[in-house]
Every structure is written in structure tokens, then in C-alpha cells.
Design a protein around this ligand. Structure first.
Ligand code: GUN
Ligand code: ZN
Length: 429
């Protein structure tokens, strides 16, 4: 049985950073087959005429967007969201790392995994590149919960061998063996994929980075993710730790870790040389604007990334980020570029939607699968239907154009304004 969704649809199949515009349809028909793939799209009446036996689901009250894509979010940090007033290294010591040690207990980790996946789904996120835990059983909890709910998750064991509290440290041998065991269980099952994940080179010496490279070599299609150039004190420390590296990006690159299946978070303090390397490797950057603002990390040089041809997506970076909402991240991305003035990249609501959907799909190698609502994509979608009396509900009364509607969704929309989340045609919220 095919399902025909009738909806007002907004998506960005064409990159607005390269001249693309918002695609909008006031009365669209999206035909979705049993496998969850969009097989036809057009005016509702026309699609219904062609497929008269379809089961019609009327979603016209509200707007349908592609499922949101979070390119950087930490599963063990869901309970430390909201600690304000500290720079990165102090926040790690005082907030994040004490909490992350609690995931040594698998029953604690299972509860956190449920809260984490619930948080993503409630925010309309359908695909995420997730920083896992330092404990392998806790990473199992995350993959288990994501599979139960149906989310598209790429994740892995976080590995480090210095600079963190002792319970979070591993060895190169254990880092490889534990990662391989997890990847063997999860990589390629359902929507799960494995990502080799050194926390950052500040906490991962060359042998651990080599172990990550070995995982990438031995797990076909595995991903790589880490942090880079987030905070000046961190950047200076990495420079001292890796005297033979050209720069922070090179600490990963010299181990062969960068490529099209790599995503580095932050990159606020990148040099031109580093941007050149990232572009040459086709490595993506996850821009995490609420985290950068909350930790005072700096203002993201989006224009320089684009000028160098570095692909940029959006990450919530929970729990340094202020929440799971990619709508909030989009708004903050806009505000940061605005604060940069002449050096900033003026963003429209269409740019924000692209960053929160298709750009994320492309960064995660899923551009053929999700990210917009074109024929051939799987039906990953979120329905925005403003809650009666909400800020968005009130704000939308005065929006005339689709661009204005979208700008209000990013400015005023919250989780309560979302009513329906689908992954591959299956409703998960
Ligand atoms: N760098 C290393 N670990 C972390 C983390 O947990 N959060 C952020 N924002 N940066 C990091
Ligand atoms: Zn992070």
C-alpha cells in the first residue's frame, strides 16, 4: 500500500550558497511506497489522479520540512545541558567529564540513551552524527535505543589516552579492539553506522590516532569524527603536544584520518592552510553556534569555509550547546554571521533550512537518501504545526511569503510546535 501525503512543503534541494532558492509547494502530494521511498511528487490533485488507490494522509495544517540533520551531538551530555559561564577546558573538567564517567554504569547509560534519543526526536532530528561514550557497553545502549526508535545514527566509542580523568582513558590496543567489536555488531545494521571517534588530539596521542586509522581501514565505509580548533587555549595546547604537526588539522591528517567520510566539529580558529587541507580532503565541518556562543569559543568564519570550498553542516553540540533544536542552531548561526558584520556571511531563512537539512545529509554522505523531499529520497520529515498560542503561532499570523514563514519557524519555533516526525516513511513521533 502506498501512502500519499498532502502537505505544504518547504525544502532546499538546490544549495542556496550556490544560487539555489527555497522550494515551496502549497498543496503538494508526496507518494511514499512501502519501503519508505518517495516515488512521486507534484500537485496533490495530479498525483492523486495518477495514483487513485493511495492512502491519503492530510498534513495541510502546518508545514512539512525534511527531517533535521544534527552533524555533531554528544550522547553522554544530555543531563549537563545549560551550564553557562565557562570556557571549553574548564567546562569539560567541571561539567562534561564528571557526568561522562557515570556512563561506566550500563543501567545509568541506558537511561541516558533513552533521554538522548527522545531529545533528538522531540526536536525533529531524524539523522545524527553522535559522539558516543568512552565506555563500550554505553555505546551499545545508544545504538540499541536508536534502533528501537528508528533514528539514523552514526556513532562510535570515544577514545583517549591522556589529559582526561583516568576512568575515561584507554590504550591504543583496547581502543582498536573495543571499536572493532562495536563496529562488527552495529555498522551497517538498519540505519546504524560506525564512526571512529578520538575525543580530540589534545586527549589522543599518535598511537591512539593510529588505532583509529586502523579501524577506518578495517571497517568498510566507517566514518571519522572529532573536534578541532574550538578554543584558543585548546589550540595552543595541541600545538605544544604535536611539535611535528603543521597545525591542528594536520594532527588528524598525518594519520590519514581525513577524507569525505570525516566530520570535524567547530573549526572556529582555522587558518587558511587548514581550510585548504580540509577542502582537499573533502572533509566537512560541523558548525555548532549555540555551543560556540555558550562557551565563548568565538565567531565561526563561515565565509572563509565557503571560499575555500569546505562543506559546512550544523551541529547542536549538546551538552555545551543549549539544546537539541536545530531551529535554535539555525537562528544562532544567523546571529553569529550578523555579529561578524563585513566578515560575516549574511544568511536567509533558506540558508538556515539548507544547513539544518540537506547540508547535513551531504556532510554525512546521505545526500542520495535524505535531506530534502525529492523523488527517490526516503521520506524523513518533520511537520511544523504551531501550538495554539505559542510564540510561533502568534508570529505566523503576520507572515506573508514562504521565506517569511521559514524565518519565523527558525526564530520562534520550538519542540512544542512540531507535530509528527517520520523516518523512511515510518512515523516515530
Ligand atoms: N572537545 C573535546 N571534547 C569536547 C566536548 O565534549 N564538547 C565540546 N564542545 N568540545 C570538546
Ligand atoms: Zn562536541
Amino acid at each position: 500500500m502506498t501512502t500519499l501525503y498532502r502537505a505544504r512543503v518547504l525544502d532546499t534541494p538546490e544549495d542556496p550558497f550556490a544560487g539555489g532558492t527555497l522550494r515551496s509547494a502549497d498543496d503538494a502530494g508526496l507518494l511514499v511506497d512501502d519501503a519508505g521511498t518517495i516515488t512521486a511528487r507534484g500537485d496533490f490533485a495530479a498525483v492523486l489522479r495518477e495514483h487513485p488507490g493511495s492512502d491519503v494522509v492530510d498534513l495541510r495544517d502546518g508545514w512539512l520540512l525534511p527531517g533535521l540533520v544534527d552533524a555533531h551531538v554528544h550522547y553522554p551530555q544530555v543531563r549537563v545541558i545549560g551550564a553557562l559561564g565557562m570556557p571549553l577546558l574548564e567546562w569539560l573538567d567541571r561539567c562534561a567529564l564528571p557526568e561522562e564517567q557515570r556512563l561506566a554504569d550500563p543501567s545509568y547509560a541506558a537511561a541516558v540513551a533513552r533521554e538522548f534519543v527522545d531529545g533528538l526526536v522531540a526536536a525533529g532530528t531524524t539523522t545524527a552524527l553522535v559522539f558516543g561514550s568512552h565506555f563500550a557497553p554505553a555505546v551499545d545502549c545508544l545504538f540499541t535505543e536508536a534502533a528501537r526508535v528508528g533514528l539514523r545514527v552514526t556513532s562510535g566509542l570515544v577514545v583517549s589516552d591522556r589529559g582526561l580523568p583516568e576512568p575515561l582513558l584507554s590504550t591504543p590496543e583496547r581502543a582498536y579492539d573495543d571499536a572493532m567489536a562495536l563496529a562488527t555488531r552495529w555498522h551497517g545494521t538498519g540505519h546504524a553506522r560506525y564512526a571512529a571517534t578520538p575525543r580530540f588530539s589534545y586527549s589522543a596521542d599518535d598511537p591512539v590516532l593510529d588505532a583509529c586509522a586502523a579501524v577506518l581501514e578495517d571497517v568498510d565505509g566507517a566514518w571519522f569524527t572529532s573536534h578541532v580548533n574550538e578554543n584558543p587555549a585548546e589550540v595552543a595546547a595541541v600545538e605544544r603536544l604535536f611539535a611535528d604537526a603543521e597545525h591542528y588539522v594536520d594532527t588528524y591528517d598525518k594519520h590519514g584520518l581525513l577524507g569525505a567520510r570525516a566530520v570535524l566539529a567547530h573549526n572556529v580558529h582555522a587558518t587558511d592552510a587548514e581550510l585548504g587541507v580540509l577542502a582537499a580532503r573533502a572533509t566537512s565541518v560541523a558548525h555548532c553556534p549555540t555551543s560556540n556562543s555558550a562557551l565563548g569559543s568565538g565567531l565561526f568564519p563561515l565565509r572563509r569555509h565557503l571560499e575555500h570550498g569546505v562543506r559546512v553542516a550544523l551541529g547542536s553540540d549538546v551538552g555545551a550547546g543549549t539544546g537539541f533544536s536545530l531551529l535554535a542552531e539555525g537562528l544562532q548561526a544567523y546571529l553569529v554571521q550578523s555579529l561578524l558584520g563585513e566578515a560575516g556571511d549574511p544568511l536567509t531563512a533558506t540558508h538556515l533550512l539548507h544547513l539544518a537539512t540537506r547540508a547535513g545529509a551531504l556532510a554525512l554522505g546521505l545526500g542520495e537518501v535524505v535531506g530534502d523531499l525529492s523523488v527517490g529520497r526516503e521520506f524523513d520529515a518533520v511537520r511544523v504545526r504551531p501550538l495554539l498560542g505559542s510564540r510561533l503561532h502568534l508570529g505566523l499570523r503576520h507572515a506573508a511569503t514562504h521565506e517569511e514563514v521559514l524565518a519565523r519557524i527558525f526564530t520562534l519555533g520550538g519542540d512544542a510546535d512540531l507535530a509528527g516526525v517520520w523516518v523512511a516513511g515510518r512515523r516515530i513521533a
